[in-house]
Design a protein around this ligand. Structure first.
Ligand code: 5RP
Length: 236
């Protein structure tokens, strides 16, 4: 079974999970290739929800294409659930996210939800976070000062280059990747994240940081994880 099939399988399991929620509520929807599988699987059942709140422009586009209603987060108080992938998840449900650059809106929408349902294949499960470089979204003019602070913490910092996913901005790979919020992303390698709660708070305090892709306060509550033998559901 290849990774695309594993993503599809867990996307379908997440569809079944959210269809257990009472009808007529608003659902938070994440960003990335696994979240896309979930959106596609849920599309035939979109009327179960009165609307969605989206974590990125890319997700909004996909939801609208399927005919979901997409609401402004400012018009929504609470969400029963937020469904999203992760780049790494530890046994307590703390995650590294932001590989797709949507970490800020993802964290905002996650904070509005009663439960975070994380969906991934088992390659994302790790004993300690930090093998995947930690994304930190920054105000562009603070790149230098934030990088120096992250280096003092033991990180090796790389400014994320533009990728073809931002074709809307006609960017070339020699330019920085620009997030939906106009921020830049520093990818920080070499951090061994043994205390995610404290590290999240510490990085949040650096002036110029918009969001750190460490989801410790907004950790996962339910993990749906796929491998060749099927999907496991783990309460965290
Ligand atoms: C985007 C994210 C994604 O959830 C994360 O990168 C996982 O993506 P994928 O499902 O494509 O592996 O945080 O900002």
């Amino acid at each position: 079974m290849n990774q695309d099939q594993l993503k599809q399988m867990v996307g379908e399991a997440a569809r079944d999970e959210v269809l257990k929620l009472p009808a007529g509520q608003i659902l938070g929807v994440g960003t990335g290739s696994t979240a896309n599988c979930f959106i596609d699987a849920l599309a035939p059942h979109k009327d179960h929800f009165s609307g969605t709140v989206s974590s990125s422009n890319a997700t909004t586009e996909r939801l609208l294409k399927h005919g979901f209603k997409v609401l402004d987060p400012n018009d929504v108080n609470k969400l029963p659930a937020y469904v999203d992938g992760a780049d790494e998840i530890d046994p307590a449900g703390h995650m590294i996210k932001g590989g797709g650059g949507a970490l800020t809106r993802e964290k905002i929408i996650a904070s509005m939800a009663n439960q975070f349902i994380c969906i991934c294949d088992s390659s994302k499960q790790v004993p300690i976070l930090g093998n995947f470089a930690l994304p930190v979204e920054v105000i562009p003019l603070a790149k230098g000062v934030v990088s120096r602070e992250l280096e003092k913490m033991g990180g090796q910092v790389t400014l994320r280059p533009a990728k073809s996913i931002r074709t809307d901005l006609n960017q070339t790979p020699s330019e920085p990747f620009v997030t939906d919020n106009g921020g830049w992303i520093l990818d920080v390698a070499g951090l061994k994240i043994t205390d995610p709660i404290n590290m999240e708070a510490q990085i949040n305090q650096i002036a110029g940081v918009i969001t750190v892709g460490l989801f410790a306060k907004e950790k996962a509550n339910i993990l749906l994880v796929s491998n060749a033998s099927g999907v496991s559901r783990i309460s965290l």
